[in-house]
Design a binder for this molecule. Sequence first.
Ligand code: ZN
Length: 162
Amino acid sequence: MFRIGQGIDFHKITTKETNPKPLILGGIEIESNYTIIAHSDGDIILHALSDAILGALGEKDIGEYFPDDIQETKNLDSKIILKKTLEIAKEKQFIIQNIDITILSEVPKIKPFREKIKKNLSILCNIDTQQIAIKATTTETLGFIGRKEGIGCFAIVLLRKL
Ligand code: ZN
């Protein structure tokens, strides 16, 4: 039995001069002059992926488990969010079949970090890199992403029942 899920996440970005917080994507630090403004570590990839897993399981969104308005989740390592969603999947006897991720960003450019992110996701999710796609697109300078004010991520995941 298969279950499909979708997750979407957006955050504001700013320059490191304004906010020296490290930029974390897919659980790794990305070298960039920009960073993500968020209550947690702002890892849009892990947020979208976690929501996709919860969606496939018919669960509520990550905000239900990790509210962004409490002190306990301040600067939260999003690997903890992913770990929790994988635990819920495991309890329900589902494993990940494949993950398809699309990042919308003007900055940072994803290409130089694509393989590193993919490798780290494969470790975090305990699946092969061949089961993961990391795609990136710009918005051709349009809108808040084009103006380098924000960054977005779409994730689709297919789960398979053991
Ligand atoms: Zn988020």
